[in-house]
Design a protein around this ligand. Structure first.
Ligand code: ZN
Length: 449
């Protein structure tokens, strides 16, 4: 009988997560401009009614961050369930349904943010609110739920600002954020990613100089745009794989054996085996971890159609392993471009050094224990995410904090879910929202008693 009640409660909890996600999707928080206020108010109301102390802290009008706190009776760790309330924009003409419909069709919740990351925010808040309503309070430490604004546009009004201006309000020992929890299968085994770090960003411009002239007479000028061509051609391929610590750790966990990092063929062979068994895990996870990536994104040249450009620029979005600074990143870029960049200026525009948490920690053990009960036989595998997230600001602000990305998804695999992020027809499995909601409830109880 007790078991039946537990099963019903689990379903009830999952339903609450799905309902909250639907309402969040229906509030358009596409950034720019963000407009996170109504979403944050909904979350503050939900958590406030469950006994949380809620504060809305805004760097800009209409764009608050939510900090919700449930205090415990004894000293102990602070566990923070972190998320962001904004999304990337959506162009309805590219979607087969309204991006802000927030309905459930064929077991899937549909709309912008269903993956990145209103789903996780809804699961975190629904789990925390359910615990609060039951009268649960941390036996030790405290539970924080933090939902930031402005994650998708650099976090100047979000986590970056919050950690700088209000460190005492968000100081945490353990943080659970986005970036991990997707699952994939390899040789009959299921793996769930644990995101322990994010790559750093080092963007730069490649600038070519020439001489202007009337475009009707090519010999009059020296076309700067054409001088970029060899460099662009070179950027069509990425630098060769290297045995980065995170890639080695990832491949070793999958193969359950030591990788000889001295042997360059060993790395290539392990990657080949992964490509054969789980091509998406190779392409989306392993390959970005194996080298710096250099992707040209923005370009500009002449301002007039009839003037030969005297200057031309292309901006390169370069991502490097955690801990690698500007000088090393630019040296890698120069090496990759070789003589194609000889006559070009390389002008750095934006650098954020990536960081990471240790793979082994009490929090990782708690997640592993949960996984062994929820999906027996499945394995947690550490990754460093190719993209960037608010985790970076929390690690930087709080030296000793262990910050991971983990939001479990089983129904929708890595292969299905990854292409939906920042893309059209974004959606998530309602069963996975239930799984994630139960996970956050369980992990709070495991960490705070
Ligand atoms: Zn996100």
């Amino acid at each position: 009988m007790e078991d039946e009640v537990a099963v019903a409660a689990e379903d009830e909890l999952g339903t609450q997560g799905v309902e909250l996600l639907r309402r969040l999707i229906q509030i358009d928080t596409a950034n720019p401009p963000g407009n996170e206020q109504p979403a944050q108010e909904l979350l503050a109301e939900t958590l406030g009614a469950a006994g949380f102390e809620c504060e809305l802290l805004a760097a800009r009008p209409g764009r608050p961050n939510l900090v919700a706190r449930l205090r415990g009776s004894d000293q102990g760790p602070t566990l923070c369930l972190l998320g962001h309330a904004d999304t990337v924009p959506a162009d309805p003409s590219e979607w087969s349904f309204d991006p802000w419909v927030g309905d459930v069709v064929d077991g899937e919740v549909r709309g912008r943010g269903a993956q990145d990351m209103k789903s996780q925010v809804a699961a975190e808040v629904a789990a925390a609110a359910a615990l609060g309503h039951e009268g649960w309070r941390p036996r030790r430490g405290e539970l924080l739920v933090v939902t930031t604004a402005d994650e998708e546009m650099g976090a100047a009004a979000g986590a970056q600002w919050l950690c700088r201006e209000h460190p005492d309000k968000v100081r945490s020992d353990y943080v659970l954020n986005e970036g991990g929890g997707l699952s994939f299968e390899l040789d009959g085994r299921r793996f769930y990613t644990l995101c322990v770090g994010e790559k750093g960003v080092c963007r730069f411009k490649l600038r070519a100089r020439g001489k202007a002239g009337h475009a009707s007479v090519p010999a009059l000028g020296d076309n700067a745009l054409l001088k970029l061509a060899p460099a662009l051609e070179r950027l069509d391929r990425q630098p060769p794989p290297e045995a980065t610590a995170e890639a080695v750790e990832f491949l070793q966990t999958l193969e359950d054996s030591e990788l000889d990092t001295e042997d360059p063929n060993g790395l290539a062979a392990a990657l080949d085996r992964l490509r054969a068994g789980a091509p998406e895990a190779a392409a989306y996870l392993a390959e970005p971890m194996l080298h710096a990536t250099l992707v040209p994104t923005l370009a500009s040249a002449s301002r007039s159609v009839n003037v030969i450009p005297s200057q031309a620029e292309v901006t390169v979005d370069c991502r490097v392993s955690p801990g690698i600074g500007k000088a090393e990143a630019l040296a890698t870029a120069r090496a990759a471009l070789g003589d194609a960049a000889e006559e070009l200026d390389l002008v750095p525009t934006e650098t954020v050094v990536g960081n990471r948490s240790p793979t082994r920690s009490p929090l990782a053990e708690m997640i592993e224990t949960w996984l062994s009960q929820s999906d027996p036989g499945a394995t947690l595998v550490p990754i460093v995410m190719a993209g960037f997230s608010d985790s970076n600001w929390f690690r930087k602000a709080f030296d000793s904090a262990v910050v991971y990305g983990f939001c479990p998804q089983r129904e929708m695999s890595l292969r299905e879910a990854t292409p939906l992020v920042h893309n059209a027809d974004e959606r998530a499995s309602a069963a996975d929202i239930g799984l994630a909601t139960r996970f956050y409830r369980d992990i709070v109880l495991a960490a705070l008693g």
